[in-house]
Design a binder for this molecule. Structure first.
Ligand SMILES: O=C(O)CCC(=O)C(=O)O
Ligand SMILES: [Fe+2]
Length: 179
């Protein structure tokens, strides 16, 4: 008999998910999108500015394909990806996102199954600001520009305060049936 290796994975990291060309084209498209108010209910734990990238942007093709490939390891029932959240954390504003779970709020009948973050700043552009996932031990995400971390939305994670410069990220959530 042949047995599939269905060992469950909690996180996956790609050190160079977006290349230089992807990054510069994405930056150009972001220029034409306007800023939105951050979510006020989270202000005690969160300080950041956001823009939304909606389905139709070419980044969804690349992200969607990677998510489907990686889901072989996560084994989640997934339907799609919410709009992507471009986020900036400024040192002057004590930019941070305190420890939280992404699967605690529901959108209609759906539940967040997987979360991901793509680094859009180079390690040299900011101090502090580490994205850390607790599994339960802390695992810091790569600080390589263009790297991508995919993780179970049920894992606690945080963005430590940025103490110098600006950290930029592209954050997304993959949803499936509410269980
Ligand atoms: O900026 C990041 O890398 C992660 C942000 C985050 O956890 C979120 O917006 O839910
Ligand atoms: Fe999060």
């Amino acid at each position: 008999m042949f047995w599939f290796n269905t060992q469950y994975t909690h996180m996956v990291q790609s050190k160079s998910f977006l290349d230089e060309q992807d990054l510069s084209m994405l930056e150009e498209r972001l220029e034409s999108i306007s800023w939105e108010d951050g979510e006020a209910e989270n202000m005690e734990i969160r300080s950041s500015q956001i823009k939304w990238i909606h389905a139709g942007d070419p980044i969804f093709q690349k992200v969607g394909q990677f998510i489907l490939e990686q889901n072989v390891k996560f084994q989640k029932t997934i339907y799609g990806i919410e709009p992507l959240q471009f986020t900036t954390y400024h040192a002057e504003e004590n930019g941070r996102y305190g420890a939280h779970y992404d699967n605690k709020s529901f959108m209609g009948g759906y539940e967040r199954k997987l979360s991901f973050s793509i680094q859009l700043s180079d390690d040299s552009e900011y101090d502090g600001g580490d994205m850390v996932i607790y599994n339960p031990d802390p695992i810091p995400m790569s600080r390589n520009k263009g790297s991508m971390m995919v993780f179970d939305s049920g894992l606690l994670h945080e963005v430590k305060p940025v103490t110098k410069g600006i950290r930029k990220s592209l954050v997304g959530w993959v949803f499936g049936p509410r269980t």
